[in-house]
Design a protein around this ligand. Structure first.
Ligand code: PMP
Length: 410
C-alpha cells in the first residue's frame, strides 16, 4: 500500500518493491521511513512515494507515532548526471572568501571540546548586524530546525488552528503533523499573494508564513505585516519566515520591540551561500527566544558545531561581499523575467532568488520533465492552482541563458 505526497509522481507497489530488489531483508527492516523515501526519490528520478511500514517493517516494532509521519521531500540532489541545478534555491556563487582563510588555518585540536551551547559570539555578531541584543537572537542548525523548535514552542490548539497560506513552504504541515498541531490553510488571493486580511479575521492559535512566500516569490509589504500584527491577539505568535528576504523584500526585524509576539526566522542558506553549513536563526522578544532555548535544551544541547558557529560569524561580518553577490542575483532575476516575458511565458513578480513561471498550454509537469531531459533541474509542485508552474532558482547569467534557450524549445 502506498501513500503519496503532493509533489511526487505516483508509483505502484510493484515498482516500489523493484526499487528495493537486492536490498537484504535485514537492511530493509532497519531503514527509517524518511531514508527510504529519499532513496526512491534519488535513484528513480521523478518517481517517489512513501511506503507504508509493513513492506519493510514486519520484523521490527515501530512506534505508532512513526507510522503516522509523512516526511518532507526535499528537492532532488541528483547523482546520476550533472545538471544545471535550479531546484533548491541554492546560491550560485561561492560563500565569502574569508571563510576559506579560516578553514585553512583552523586548529583541529579545538574539536576535542564541545562547542558553546549558547552560540554566544555568533548571536552577538547577528545581534550587531540587525541592531538588536544578543538576548533577542536564537541560532540553530538550519532555519528548518529553528522553525521546528518554534512550532513546538508556540503552537497548540488551545485557541484554534494554526494558520498558513494554502501554497507555501511544504515543511509547515509536516511539523504540524509531527507535533500534532491542527492547521488551516488560508487561500492565496487571485494574484497569488498572501491574503493578510484573512489571517486577521480567523480565530487561530498562531500564524506563520514566509515573506517572500515560497514557491511564489511574492512579498507582502511591511504595511500589510503591521496590519496583521496590529489586529492579531498579542498573546499568540506571528512567525515570519524570511528565508528569502535579502533578495528584495523589507524585513520585519525592526518591529520586534513593538510586537513581542513577532518572531522573524532567517537562514544562512540562501543569500549567504551556506546551505551546506546548516545555520539559521530567529530574532524576537527575549521571552520568545528563551522559549526556543528551552526546546533546544530538551532536545540537543549542542546543535551548532564549533565550525558552523565560527563560519557564521565570519559570513555575517562580510557584508560587502554578500551585498555584491545579492545584487548580481537580483539583476539576473530581473533579466530572467524580462526574457521569460519576451518568450511568452507567465511569471509571478518575485522578490526572492527564484521565479515561479509557466506557459499557457504546457502542463507544469511537462515543463519540469522537458527541462530535466535537457539537463536542467527545476522544482514542480503537482498541486491545485500552482500545478502548471515550475519554480526556477536564479543561477548565474550563463545558466539563465542556457535555461531560456531550452525553455524556448518546449
Ligand atoms: N523556509 C523556507 C521558506 C525555505 O524555502 C527553506 C528552504 N528549503 C527553509 C525555510 C529552510 O532553509 P534552511 O533549513 O536551509 O535554513
Amino acid at each position: 500500500m502506498l501513500r503519496f505526497r503532493n509533489n511526487v509522481r505516483v508509483i505502484n507497489s510493484a515498482e516500489c518493491k523493484a526499487c528495493f530488489a537486492g536490498i537484504p531483508q535485514r537492511r530493509k527492516a532497519s531503514f527509517a521511513l524518511l531514508r527510504f523515501n529519499l532513496d526512491i526519490n534519488y535513484e528513480t528520478e521523478h518517481l517517489a512515494g512513501v511506503v507504508e511500514l509493513p513492506i519493510y517493517g514486519e520484523k521490527i516494532m515501530f512506534s505508532e507515532r512513526l507510522k503516522k509521519l509523512t516526511p518532507y521531500v526535499p528537492g532532488e540532489q541528483p547523482r546520476d548526471r550533472k545538471y544545471v541545478k535550479l531546484n533548491t534555491n541554492e546560491n550560485p556563487y561561492s560563500p565569502s572568501p574569508k571563510i576559506r582563510e579560516f578553514l585553512e588555518t583552523c586548529e583541529i585540536e579545538s574539536l576535542r571540546l564541545y562547542p558553546d551551547p549558547l552560540a554566544t559570539e555568533l548571536r552577538e555578531r547577528i545581534a550587531e548586524k540587525y541592531g538588536v541584543k544578543k538576548e533577542n537572537v536564537f541560532a540553530g542548525n538550519g532555519s528548518d530546525e529553528v522553525l521546528s523548535f518554534a512550532f513546538y514552542a508556540f503552537f497548540d490548539n488551545s485557541n484554534g488552528n494554526l494558520l498558513f497560506p494554502e501554497f507555501t513552504y511544504s515543511f509547515y504541515p509536516v511539523y504540524c503533523d509531527f507535533y500534532a498541531i491542527q492547521y488551516q490553510k488560508i487561500p492565496l488571493r487571485d494574484d497569488f499573494s498572501v491574503d493578510a486580511e484573512a489571517y486577521i479575521g480567523t480565530e487561530s492559535c498562531g500564524i506563520i508564513f514566509p515573506n517572500p512566500n515560497a514557491p511564489t516569490g511574492i512579498c507582502l509589504s511591511i504595511e500589510e505585516i503591521i496590519r496583521i500584527l496590529e489586529n492579531y491577539p498579542k498573546d499568540r505568535a506571528v512567525i515570519i519566515d524570511e528565508a528569502y528576504i535579502d533578495f528584495g523584500g523589507e524585513s520585519a526585524v525592526r518591529l520586534i520591540n513593538e510586537y513581542p509576539n513577532l518572531l522573524v526566522i532567517r537562514t544562512f542558506s540562501k543569500s549567504m551561500s551556506l546551505a551546506g553549513l546548516r545555520l539559521g536563526f530567529a530574532i524576537g522578544d527575549n521571552g520568545l527566544i528563551d522559549a526556543l532555548f528551552t526546546v533546544k535544551d530538551s532536545f540537543n544541547s549542542y546543535p551548532l558545531d564549533m565550525f558552523a558557529q565560527k563560519i557564521g560569524e565570519i559570513a555575517i561580518a562580510d557584508e560587502a561581499y554578500y551585498s555584491s553577490v545579492t545584487k548580481k542575483i537580483v539583476e539576473t532575476r530581473e533579466e530572467l523575467c524580462s526574457e521569460l516575458g519576451k518568450a511568452g511565458w507567465n511569471f509571478l513578480s518575485s522578490k526572492a532568488n527564484f521565479v515561479f513561471a509557466g506557459k499557457k498550454g504546457i502542463p507544469g509537469e511537462d515543463i519540469y520533465l522537458g527541462l530535466r531531459d535537457r539537463g536542467i533541474l527545476v522544482r514542480h509542485f503537482n498541486i491545485g492552482k500552482i500545478k502548471d508552474f515550475v519554480r526556477i532558482t536564479v543561477g548565474t547569467k550563463d545558466e539563465m541563458s542556457r535555461l531560456i534557450e531550452e525553455m524556448k524549445k518546449l
